[in-house]
Design a protein around this ligand. Structure first.
Ligand SMILES: Nc1ncnc2c1ncn2[C@@H]1O[C@H](COP(=O)(O)OP(=O)(O)OP(=O)(O)O)[C@@H](O)[C@H]1O
Ligand SMILES: [Zn+2]
Length: 480
């Protein structure tokens, strides 16, 4: 801390000295210009030369410390008493890392670049997909299948050429996170998974950086500032103000099945837009030196886009025994966060193998069976094969195989289970289908475990789900 203050003082003194020298040079040039009585110029030419020379004297600083271009460029925010010239200077010197160039990271980094944050790092291992573009506003149709970090960096550079943008096309993990994060002053968590949240929390606790954490799903978004310390904030005199970290509030990860994702549950584009913009606002406030009362420290903001309300709830205070942020933390280096959370940080096609081969059919086999049934429709055989789609109703409404019926997987645990078992007993074959072939196996397994031995053979599962159907049977079937 002493070292930081010392360096800041030194930089301020150098700036002041530079300013004085520039003013001195300006005056000198101006005084040197007047026409010497002995030269050959007439009055008029001399006056013109003086005007010309005056115009060409470079005067960099017009106000306190900011150059002309910065005053012009950032004037609308410099006018705010909360920012002012000093705040703008801090913004120009600040370095912010944005983790995730998705729904939150795009709007957040747009506002940070616009505000003139001197250096922005943006991390994302993934590439742009058509399904991202409704909310990930830095990417366009042209960027499909290119790196999100690079695409985001290109757009940010076109927004502000005065700042440094560094894309990192990597998955942030225990090996690289500290190295990358320690180059920045503030970290924004714009990721979408629990292992990355714990990883970033521990990185920030170890490297002593504030973490501005956002999330958005369906019509709801959340936002808070973790790991705030008054002594990192030059305006905050009372050093006792210390906010909780993510582990103070959530010492243990939630069960993996309780965590939703945009790809499974959907999200309205403007919802991450709102939260990402507010993450940038909190970062700007933090950088210019707002105190803890004005920041979302120890409070969680909840935005409900359905009834358009914002409310804040108080979070648990900082835990003096916290494994990550207490005075004697037990987490002193990064761990395996996927193992700790029993969840993946990267969304992959899981390819579960729950059922043995006799219960599984391929998309081409299913196609053959369905064709045969249509031929046999006159002999009333069609009724004997049932295709059960276990995706949500919204997904089922979006696209489905002709003739399928919808029993969302949640219903397999509820009162629908008897109805489902009765159906299986009544048919020659019941084939379970879902998007990628994982949930359908879970559903089929539940049924196999519950029905009597003689009917177990009626149960089948479509390997690879509708993705496989689209790949090998119907290329026009939408993949989402
Ligand atoms: N550990 C990580 N390192 C780097 N990038 C990450 C990490 N974890 C998540 N991300 C990135 O954060 C972004 C989060 O974006 P968003 O929540 O909008 O979801 P998405 O994965 O782009 O979309 P969808 O869930 O619809 O497929 C993603 O681009 C993802 O690749
Ligand atoms: Zn903590």
């Amino acid at each position: 801390m002493d070292r930081i203050q010392k360096l800041e003082k030194e930089i301020n003194n150098l700036r002041k000295a530079l300013q004085e020298k520039e003013s001195e040079l300006f005056e000198m040039k101006r005084n040197w210009m007047p026409v010497h009585p002995n030269n050959n110029l007439n009055q008029e030419d001399a006056a013109q030369l003086q005007q010309h020379n005056l115009k060409n004297v470079t005067k960099v600083y017009y106000g306190d410390k900011l150059p002309k271009w910065a005053i012009e460029r950032y004037s609308r925010q410099i006018l705010l008493p909360d920012i002012g010239v000093q705040g703008q200077e801090k913004l120009c010197a600040a370095k912010v890392l944005v983790v995730g160039a998705g729904g939150l990271g795009c709007p957040a980094s747009v506002y940070l670049a616009g505000a003139g944050v001197g250096e922005i790092g943006i991390v994302d291992y993934d590439s742009v997909d058509l399904t991202n573009i409704h909310r990930q506003i830095l990417h366009t149709e042209r960027d499909q299948n290119t790196s999100k970090a690079e695409s985001a960096a290109d757009t940010l550079r076109s927004i502000n050429s005065h700042i440094k943008i560094t894309p990192y096309t990597v998955q942030l993990d225990s090996n690289n996170a500290l190295g990358i994060a320690s180059r920045y002053d503030v970290i924004l968590d714009c990721s979408d998974n629990v292992p990355t949240r714990y990883l970033l929390n521990d990185v920030c606790a170890i490297a002593k950086k504030p973490l501005i954490s956002g999330s958005a799903l369906k019509m709801e978004g959340q936002l808070t500032v973790y790991g705030y310390r008054a002594d990192r904030n030059h305006n905050e005199k009372d050093l006792s103000h210390q906010g909780p970290c993510y582990r103070c509030v959530f010492p243990n990860p939630p069960p993996a099945e309780a965590v939703g994702s945009c790809s499974a549950n959907g999200v309205a584009g403007p919802v991450p837009g709102v939260i990402g913009a507010l993450q940038a606002l909190e970062a700007i406030k933090l950088i210019v030196g707002q105190t803890h009362e004005k920041l979302l420290v120890g409070r969680l903001l909840i935005f409900d886009g359905e009834d358009v309300t914002f409310r804040t709830v108080k979070l648990r205070p900082r835990n003096s025994q916290c494994a990550a942020c207490s005075e004697s933390p037990t987490i002193t280096r990064l761990v395996d966060y996927e193992a700790f959370c029993k969840a993946q940080a990267k969304e992959k096609d899981l390819d579960l193998q729950i059922l043995s081969p006799e219960y599984r059919i391929t998309a081409s086999q299913l196609e053959e069976q369905l064709k045969k049934l249509i031929l046999e429709v006159d002999s009333n055989q069609k009724e004997r094969h049932l295709l059960v789609d276990v995706r949500s109703e919204a997904e089922f409404n979006m696209c489905r195989i002709d003739g399928a019926v919808n029993y969302p997987i949640d219903q397999f645990r509820g009162d629908k289970v008897d109805e489902i078992l009765r159906m299986v007993n009544d048919k020659n074959q019941v084939t379970f289908v879902c998007r990628r072939g994982n949930d359908s196996q879970i559903a089929a397994k539940m049924v196999i475990d519950l029905i009597d031995e003689e009917h177990k053979g009626n149960v089948k599962d479509l390997v690879g789900g509708l993705h496989a159907w689209s790949d090998s049977v119907d290329r026009d079937f939408p993949i989402y």
